[in-house]
Design a protein around this ligand. Structure first.
Ligand code: G6P
Length: 364
């Protein structure tokens, strides 16, 4: 198929800038203000079933896995159901215990990733309930799943995922809100999350206006020998996805760590040539994160912070608008997509088709 690049230099750039519209589409028609919840028509999970879920296990590969980690945190926070994410590729090979009270969710932009599909098929064979969070309508994962949520992000052409990553995180916020509201999430909290979700498209637009500054920073950081990405709890999957994005498109080595784990090993790597990107939102962990920035600075590491306010210990800060804390990961990831994009452009990489990678890996 031939897709229109619409005046952009790369599809990755086009798709990053399509995000306000893409997020609008994943929300459209799904918000129910009367009951402060959402309607997810394709979910195929009635209220009684939703209340009976004891655990949630999210499966995906690459960026789909990292967005699943954001999803697991949202489900734990809003619905108070224990949830975690695991690479589908690992899950299918370790003879997993398939539990009837667990809701399994497979995440895949293409819906054709073989490892994810194989995990779904194994789960179905063992009688599990499996939902899909998928972009491509009618794809293999969508067909095999019992129900799910379509991302409605439109075609994603660049090999690395941007708008589908963001839309997956938003889709999980919708699912978490829905599960929360059939369980113990209050009307007031439901409204608070709905108001936050509605603000996202305009806030993403606002972040994208900082492109010029991000491009300058990308040029300054791209020559690094290696980069560390750190974040705590909500910031951690953001750091992981940002490191993945940088590796994929710019080939700059990057490593993501929970900020709390830095002192248990990777701090040894910090030196002027190995800068850190720190995800530092204004949440209850801000002081902890500031202490981490001090530790890095003490080892003369350069720091680029991403958060809601200027960080004095950091050499540079990129800010994103404030929203509800649970939704922070969605916005914090956006400047880091631009950072990876501009690092790759600066280094002259083949942005839309990075070496050794395929858009969907449909073989074993
Ligand atoms: C490939 C791509 C990754 C992508 C992963 C999952 O490995 O290189 O960027 O995240 O597949 O793709 P999916 O279509 O299942 O989301």
């Amino acid at each position: 198929e031939n897709y229109d690049i619409g005046g952009h230099d790369h599809f990755m750039h086009k798709e990053i800038f399509e995000q306000p519209e893409a997020v609008d589409r994943v929300l459209r028609g799904r918000i129910d203000d009367r009951f402060a919840t959402v309607h997810l028509g394709g979910l195929n999970l009635d209220a009684r079933e939703a209340r009976a879920v004891r655990r949630v296990k999210i499966l995906g590969c690459g960026s789909a896995y990292y967005s699943g980690q954001i999803g697991a945190q949202l489900i734990e926070e809003l619905a108070r159901i224990p949830a975690d994410a695991e690479p589908a590729s690992e899950f299918r090979y370790r003879n997993p215990v398939v539990d009837p009270d667990t809701l399994y969710i497979a995440v895949s932009q293409s819906g054709e990733t073989y490892d994810t599909l194989a995990a779904v098929q194994e789960l179905k064979r063992k009688g599990a309930k499996v939902l899909g969070v998928v972009n491509v309508v009618g794809s293999a994962v969508a067909r095999e799943a019992d129900g799910g949520i379509y991302l409605h992000a439109g075609p994603e052409v660049c090999v690395v995922s941007t708008k589908c990553f963001t839309n997956t995180a938003v889709a999980f916020a919708l699912l978490a809100l829905h599960l929360g509201r059939v369980r113990d999430l209050s009307v007031a909290d439901g409204r608070r999350i709905l108001d936050g979700l509605r603000k996202l498209p305009a806030q993403i637009e606002e972040i994208l206006q900082q492109e010029e500054r991000v491009a300058e920073l990308a040029a300054a950081y791209a020559p690094a020998r290696s980069m560390m990405f750190v974040g705590r709890v909500r910031g951690y999957p953001v750091a992981r996805e940002a490191a993945q994005k940088l590796k994929e498109v710019s080939y700059v080595h990057a490593e993501a760590y929970p900020a709390s784990e830095l002192k248990h090993g990777p701090l040894a790597l910090i030196e002027p040539d190995v800068p850190t990107v720190a995800v530092v939102p204004d949440d209850e962990l801000l002081e902890k994160n500031r202490a981490t920035l001090e530790e890095i600075k003490a080892r003369s590491g350069r720091i680029l912070a991403i958060g809601h306010q200027e960080q004095r210990t950091a050499d540079h800060t990129l800010t994103v608008p404030r929203n509800e804390p649970e939704l922070d990961p969605i916005l914090l990831g956006i400047p880091l997509q631009l950072l990876a994009y501009h690092a790759a452009v600066h280094l002259g990489r083949d942005v839309d088709k990075p070496r050794n990678l395929a858009k969907s890996v449909t073989v074993e």
